[in-house]
Design a protein around this ligand. Sequence first.
Ligand SMILES: [Zn+2]
Length: 68
Amino acid sequence: MISYEIPDPFTTFVANKYKNASGLVYDFFAREWYLKASCCGEELYAPNKKTMTKIRLYHTRNECMGGY
Ligand SMILES: [Zn+2]
């Protein structure tokens, strides 16, 4: 059986809308927020959500090579 993967437009929309919000995990042992960046898979850590947002924005704007 041959199956083709056709991207669902709505699923893609939701995935893009929340791609930076999802994956945010609080590490209770390290007492840090952990996020695996959706852009390149790099692991980011921050003491709180606000800092995480700053780190993530800095990463995507200045550090991330976007997989290139
Ligand atoms: Zn990245």
